[in-house]
Each structure stands twice: as structure tokens, then as C-alpha cells.
Design a binder for this molecule. Structure first.
Ligand SMILES: *Cc1c(COP(=O)(O)O)cnc(C)c1O
Length: 424
């Protein structure tokens, strides 16, 4: 981890050119890398030596961007994935397999809910979903002997539940398992979960990190703090020999890099969800302004939230930075400088009024996306979360009338003017 402030890390971390080398991180648009000795190539395959040989495993552009995200989070090791979905899939499957169990906060991104409730269940990994606002005792009761991880989102998309990170981290550690947190919405600019006890952070870099809606991508960052050896019987994949690599024991050989090395060496090798170097290059350009964009998103969102709260046609507004919000106190504790640019609201006219209002917007577009420079809206019950029944929607914190509003970084008066004419 560098000692620079976070703004400097956004720009400088991850890539340091040597004398006469390109100032800007190059795109290593190459599937493969050349060697003059067959023996050296063999050592690379055995993980005996580090180096590049095939982009499915490692690529210099991707590694530089992963290193920047790692530094932003204050982690020990990181990897990029093709999407946020791939990141959350790998993060769990790297330490859980058929017969295992995970505990998840129920307020989750719709895709993550499907992944954990249905897809990994077919692979034999069961998830128990708990109310993020549950008591420590209720959280404790969700654990089983075969529990391998705890998962939650810093700020849930789209429920905007701010997670009590310490409560979840403490419960995970009491049961000898890591706490994995999806920090997509807060970004490391507003919250660094490792400082509150989380062990592993995931990201959909598609959102604020890219910031311009150009590339789908993901990342996994390991703090290096979880002591796998102390719970060796729970995590044999990390603490016993990997026969596919001539008996390497990841914790012994890679220390704080064990978890990410295993995820790269096994999951990326076999499942192949890599980010393209071209996308990593664009992601890196996005990261260079993350520290400027995120505060602007937050400020605009808070201004819009205050406007909506005073509007006669608006039934409710949810924005964790708005005084009086259910999650205001948790937001002040974990992310006092701001939460995110996404807010949600409902109209007194309910679901139909929501659809009508959205159709009247001129500048603000209806898109299945959040967290990029352009303001946009979405109706989760008819879009991202449409596979869920009403019960599942409520458990995920999504009211049927909820409009998700991703406030962009246009001039806030133009954003409000568009909303105002749509509400007439
Ligand atoms: C979008 C999102 C994901 C999924 O990421 P993709 O890059 O779309 O695969 C996961 N978690 C959160 C919180 C998200 O917002």
C-alpha cells in the first residue's frame, strides 16, 4: 500500500513507468508472452516464478489496474474480473463448494441475489439471507457448521440500506469465516471496509469506477487479514496441497496473496471470466477522476433528495445522507463524506405514477444502469428485479413503487428542472 492520499492513488497507483517507457499505462493487447527458455515457461506454469504467459491468467494492463484498486481499498492483493457478477461468484466459490453454506444480508443487487439464492444453490452452496438490520443474536443464529463466508453490500443496490459493517464482520469472525463486502456503491472514496473489519471487498467496476458507462467489469480485493491457517479445517483449498499445481499450499507459498492467487490460478484458469485489457485501460482512465466525480455525484444526489422530499407529489425519498433517513446514522459512521449518487423515491400516485413520470423525462434517461456521469432512472420492479415475487422484492428492500434515480454530474439545476417538468 502506498502512503499517498486517496486522490493521488486514483491517479498514480498501479503503474510506474521506467525510464523512457510510456507515461500512460499501455494496453497489452496480446494473448500471450514470449520466452526464450522452455524451462522458464515451465516454472511459470508451476507458479514457481511470477511472470506473464497467457492473458487468461494474467496481463500487465489488468494487473496495473487491479493494483490501483487494491491500493485504493488498502488491500494486500487484487484481481480484475469480466463483471461484478463474476467477482461475486469467484469471491464465494474460491472458499466454498458443494455442501457448504454462506450467510448474506438480504438487501442485495438483484443479480447477486439470483446468483446466491439460485445459481450457486444448484452447485451445492446454500445461502441464508438475513435482514441487514437484524440483532447480533439473529445474525448469530443464521450460521451453520458448514458456513464458509458472510456477504453484504456497503450500500445495497437499490434498497440503499447502509450495512452495519462492524456487526457483520464481528459475526463472521466469531464463527471463523471471512466477511466479504460488495463496495460498488460507496467506492473506496467514501468507505474503505477493511478499516472496519471486512476481509474481502468486491466491486462492479462497471459503476462509479468506470464512471462513464463504457465497460462492464469487476474486481476482488483481499485485505490479507483473514487467518486461513487458524481455521485450516474450514478452508482446505487454501491450506492443503493443490494437486493441480504439484502440491502447492497457497497459504504457505503466497501468504497474504493466497486467496487472490488461488482465485487466479484455479477459478480464472478454469472458468476464464477475464476483463479484456482494453476495458481495463478504460477503467483506469475512469479511476483517475473517481475522487472528483464521487463527491459531485453525492452532492447532486443530496440536493435532488432535498428537492423531492419537499415536493407535494412525492410520497417518500430514501437517501442515506439525508438527515432523518433510516440509515443516516450508519452512513455518518461509515461514510461521513457522502454515500453515493443513487437515491430512491416513490410517488403518491404509486406504481402507475412512477411509470408515467419516468416516460415524461427528457434529459434523464431510462436505462438499466446506475452510477455513471449521466443521470438516469429505473423502475426495479419492472426491470432489474422483475424475476422476484412481491415477497422477495420486499425482503430485498424494494417497494413496488420504487424509482431508482442515479443522479449524474450534470448541473444540478438542469437535473431538477427535468424532474420538475415530469412531475407536472
Ligand atoms: C451492478 C452491480 C453488480 C453486478 O455487476 P456487473 O458489473 O453488472 O456484473 C454487483 N453488485 C452491485 C452492488 C452492483 O451495483
Amino acid at each position: 500500500m502506498s502512503s499517498y492520499k486517496i486522490e493521488t492513488k486514483c491517479i498514480q497507483s498501479g503503474y510506474e513507468p521506467g525510464n523512457g517507457e510510456p507515461r500512460v499505462l499501455p494496453i497489452y493487447q496480446s494473448t500471450t508472452f514470449k520466452y526464450t527458455s522452455s524451462e522458464q515457461m515451465g516454472r511459470l506454469f508451476d507458479l514457481e516464478e511470477s511472470g506473464y504467459f497467457y492473458t487468461r491468467l494474467q496481463n500487465p494492463t489488468n494487473d496495473a489496474v487491479a493494483a490501483k484498486i487494491c491500493d485504493l481499498e488498502g488491500g494486500a492483493a487484487a484481481m480484475l474480473t469480466s463483471s461484478g457478477q463474476a467477482a461475486n461468484f469467484y469471491a464465494i466459490m474460491n472458499i466454498a463448494g458443494a455442501g457448504d453454506h454462506i450467510v448474506c444480508a438480504s438487501a442485495l443487487y438483484g443479480g447477486t441475489y439470483n446468483l446466491y439464492a439460485h445459481t450457486i444453490r444448484k452447485m451445492g452452496v446454500e445461502a441464508t439471507f438475513v435482514d441487514p438490520d437484524c440483532t447480533p443474536e439473529e445474525l448469530d443464529a443464521a450460521f451453520q457448521d458448514n458456513t464458509k463466508a458472510v456477504f453484504g453490500e456497503t450500500i445495497a443496490n437499490p434498497a440503499l440500506v447502509v450495512l452495519d459493517i462492524e456487526k457483520f464482520a464481528n459475526a463472521a469472525h466469531t464463527h471463523g469465516v471471512p466477511f466479504i463486502i460488495d463496495n460498488t456503491f460507496a467506492t473506496p472514496i467514501n468507505c474503505r471496509p477493511f478499516e472496519w473489519g471486512a476481509d474481502i471487498v468486491t466491486h462492479s467496476t462497471t459503476k462509479y469506477m468506470d464512471g462513464h458507462a463504457t465497460c462492464v467489469g469487476g474486481a476482488i480485493v483481499d485485505s490479507g487479514n483473514f487467518d486461513w491457517e487458524a481455521y485450516a479445517d474450514k478452508f482446505p483449498g487454501l491450506t492443503t496441497p493443490d494437486e493441480t499445481y504439484h502440491g502447492i499450499v497457497y497459504t504457505q507459498k503466497f501468504g497474504k496473496g493466497a486467496y487472490i492467487t488461488k482465485a487466479t490460478a484455479q477459478l480464472m484458469r478454469d472458468l476464464g471470466s477475464i476483463q479484456s485489457p482494453q476495458n481495463a485501460f478504460l477503467l483506469n482512465i475512469g479511476l483517475e477522476t473517481l475522487h472528483l466525480r464521487v463527491p459531485c455525484h453525492c452532492e447532486n444526489a443530496l440536493t435532488v433528495a432535498k428537492y423531492l422530499k419537499n415536493h407535494e407529489k412525492v410520497a417518500w425519498v430514501s437517501c442515506p445522507s439525508l438527515p432523518g433517513d433510516k440509515y443516516y446514522d450508519l452512513a455518518q459512521k461509515y461514510m461521513p463524506n457522502g454515500t453515493c449518487g443513487v437515491l430512491t423515491f416513490g410517488l403518491k400516485g404509486g406504481r402507475d405514477a412512477a411509470v408515467e413520470m419516468m416516460d415524461k423525462l427528457k434529459m434523464i434517461a431510462i436505462v438499466t444502469h446506475v452510477a455513471d456521469a449521466r443521470s438516469c432512472v429505473l423502475h426495479p420492479a419492472s426491470h432489474t428485479h422483475r424475476q422476484m415475487n412481491d415477497q422477495e422484492l420486499m425482503e430485498a428492500g424494494v417497494q413496488p413503487d420504487l424509482i431508482r434515480f442515479s443522479v449524474g454530474i450534470e448541473n444540478v439545476n438542469d437535473i431538477i428542472a427535468d424532474v420538475e417538468q415530469a412531475l407536472l
